[in-house]
Ligand binder design. Structure first.
Ligand code: FMN
Length: 461
C-alpha cells in the first residue's frame, strides 16, 4: 500500500478562471436519462456541490442551435431530426441539452461521448461558454458506446484518449478558461491502471473520476476500492483532483470515504436516482421522504418544461416500487394526471400550462374549467372521466368559487428514509400503501451511453 501524500504538499494544476475546483466536493454522477436538467436542479437543491450532465455524443451537438427559452430563461441546444421527422406531423426540433445558467452556474460539468479529437473539440465549443467544465466519458461499457470506440473502449486505446484530452485542453479548456476532466473505470490489473492514469494526468486535465469497477463488472457487483489510494496518489503528484465513484450512497458516507482513501471528492449515481436528497448531510436533516422529493422534482420539471417521458422515468425511480402511486404514475399521459394522482394540487395550474406548451393537453380526457381556451377546442367532455380529471375539475371549480383547492395536499412530513441504491433499496416506513414491501430490484438496467436528444417539441415563442 502506498502512503497518501499530505494535502499540504501536493502540487495543484491551476484551476482555470471560469472552471471549478473538484476538491472537497460531493457530486452528482453523469447519468443518461436520470441526469437531465430537473434532476440536476434537484440534486443541487439537496446539496450536491457539482452536477455532471448526461453523456452527450459529440456528433449530436455539432451544428446544434442555441436558444434561450423566453418563459424560463433556460438555454436549449436544439437540432432538427436528421431523418426529417414524421411526414404526418410538423417537424419539431429536438432539445439535445438544456442548461439553467442561473441555477447551475459554477457547478455544471458537461460530459461528452467521443472517440475523435476533432469532433470532441467541435462539440465542446458549442457548449463551452455555458458550462463550467468538460468531461470525457471513458467508462461506459455498453456496446452502443464501445462499438464506436467511445466510453470504456477508450481504456484500450490510451493514445486516442490522451489525444482527445490534449486537444480539449488546448482548443477548448484554454480559450474558454474551463477545466477538462475524464471519467474512467479501473482496469483489472493495478499496474495497467497505474500506467493509464499516469498518462492521463499529464494531458493538462484538472480532474479525474474513477468508477471503481472494471469494464465487465455489472452495477450489482460491489465496487472495488483497493486501487483507489494508488490512483489518488498519481493524481496528486500531478496536481490533478481525484474523485471516487461506485457505491457511494450519501454525502456523509462520501466524506468519510474521501478521508479513508485520500481522494478529493465523491460522486453518487444510483443512490441519487433513488433519492436525490442523499446529498443532504444528516446534520442538515439527512434524506427526505420520497413524497417530498418527488414533489420538488415535479416542480423543477414544470419550471423547465421537461419532456414528460423523461420526467416519468426518474419519477418512477424516486417512488418506491410497490407503492400505489408508482403504478398510477406509470399510466399518466399528462402532467395534469401526474399532479392529480399524487395529490399535488397546487402544481395543477403549472401542470396545465406545461401540458399546453408540450402539446399534451389533447390527452386530457376532459378539460378543467380554467384551462386555456385552446384546450377546450381539443377536448370533448366524456361521460367517464379519469380520476385525475375529475379531481382537477373539482379543484378548479372550487378555486373558481373562491374556495381554494378542493383537495390541497402539500408534501406531508414523512420519516427520513433514503433508499440506498436501487438494487438494494429498502421500503419507506410510513408510506400509505404497501410500505412494508421491499422495493423490487432494478428492472431498468443502467444505460451508460446514449445520445441525449430530448425529442421535445419546439415551442412557438
Ligand atoms: C441510469 C444511469 C445512467 C448512466 N449514464 C452515465 C453516463 O452518461 N456517463 C457516465 O460516465 N456514466 C454513466 N452511468 C454510470 C454512473 O455515472 C456511475 O459511474 C455508476 O452508476 C456507478 O456509480 P454508483 O455506484 O453510485 O451507481 C450511468 C449510470 C446509471 C445508473
Amino acid at each position: 500500500m502506498t502512503n497518501a501524500i499530505p494535502p499540504a504538499t501536493v502540487a495543484r494544476v491551476p484551476i482555470p478562471a471560469n472552471g471549478v475546483d473538484y476538491r472537497n466536493k460531493i457530486v452528482l454522477a453523469p447519468m443518461v436519462r436520470s441526469g437531465e436538467l430537473p434532476s440536476r436542479l434537484l440534486a443541487l437543491k439537496y446539496g450536491a456541490d457539482l452536477v455532471w450532465g448526461p453523456e452527450t455524443i459529440d456528433r449530436s451537438l455539432i451544428g446544434a442551435e442555441r436558444r434561450i427559452n423566453p418563459r424560463n430563461g433556460t438555454i436549449e441546444f436544439t437540432r432538427m431530426p436528421s431523418n426529417g421527422g414524421r411526414p404526418d406531423k410538423p417537424t419539431k426540433a429536438s432539445i439535445i441539452y438544456r442548461i439553467d445558467r442561473a441555477r447551475e452556474s459554477g457547478r455544471l460539468i458537461f460530459q461528452m461521448g467521443t472517440a475523435n479529437p476533432d469532433l470532441a473539440v467541435q462539440a465542446a465549443r458549442v457548449v463551452a461558454a455555458d458550462v463550467d467544465g468538460i468531461d470525457v466519458n471513458s467508462g461506459c461499457p455498453k456496446p452502443f458506446s464501445t462499438s464506436g470506440g467511445m466510453g470504456a473502449a477508450l481504456l484500450r486505446t490510451p493514445d486516442l484518449l490522451v489525444s482527445i484530452l490534449e486537444a480539449l485542453v488546448k482548443e477548448v479548456g484554454e480559450p474558454f478558461k474551463i477545466g477538462i476532466s475524464v471519467k474512467i473505470r479501473i482496469l483489472s490489473e493495478p499496474d495497467a491502471t497505474r500506467a493509464l492514469v499516469s498518462r492521463l494526468v499529464r494531458t493538462g486535465i484538472t480532474g479525474l473520476t474513477v468508477h471503481c469497477r472494471t469494464t465487465p463488472m455489472r452495477p450489482r457487483e460491489r465496487a472495488i476500492r483497493d486501487q483507489l489510494r494508488m490512483i489518488a496518489e498519481i493524481c496528486h503528484e500531478a496536481g490533478v483532483a481525484c474523485i471516487m465513484n461506485g457505491d457511494v450512497t450519501s454525502r456523509d458516507e462520501g466524506l468519510a470515504l474521501m478521508t479513508e482513501y485520500g481522494v478529493d471528492g465523491a460522486m453518487i449515481a444510483t443512490s441519487a436516482e433513488t433519492n436525490s436528497s442523499c446529498f443532504r448531510a444528516e446534520a442538515d436533516g439527512g434524506a427526505a421522504p420520497w413524497r417530498e422529493v418527488v414533489y420538488e422534482y415535479l416542480k423543477f420539471c414544470l419550471e423547465v418544461e421537461n419532456r414528460l417521458g423523461n420526467t416519468k422515468y426518474l419519477m418512477n425511480m424516486l417512488i418506491p416500487g410497490k407503492n400505489k402511486e408508482f403504478k398510477e404514475a406509470k399510466q399518466c399521459k399528462t402532467y395534469l394526471d401526474i399532479c392529480r394522482n399524487l395529490g399535488f394540487d397546487d402544481l395543477v395550474p403549472a401542470a396545465m400550462r406545461v401540458d399546453e406548451i408540450l402539446d399534451l393537453s389533447q390527452k386530457w380526457e376532459s378539460v378543467p374549467a380554467s384551462a386555456p381556451a385552446s384546450a377546450h377546442v381539443n377536448a370533448e367532455a366524456p361521460e367517464g372521466k379519469s380520476k385525475a380529471v375529475q379531481h382537477a375539475m373539482e379543484s378548479e371549480a372550487a378555486r373558481a368559487a373562491g374556495g381554494g383547492a378542493a383537495r390541497s395536499k402539500a408534501a406531508p412530513a414523512m420519516p427520513n428514509g433514503c433508499g440506498p441504491i436501487r438494487r438494494t433499496s429498502v421500503p419507506e416506513q410510513k408510506v400509505k400503501v404497501d410500505a412494508a414491501q421491499p422495493a423490487p430490484d432494478a428492472t431498468v438496467p443502467p444505460v451508460e451511453a446514449q445520445t441525449q436528444a430530448q425529442s421535445q417539441p419546439q415551442v412557438a415563442v
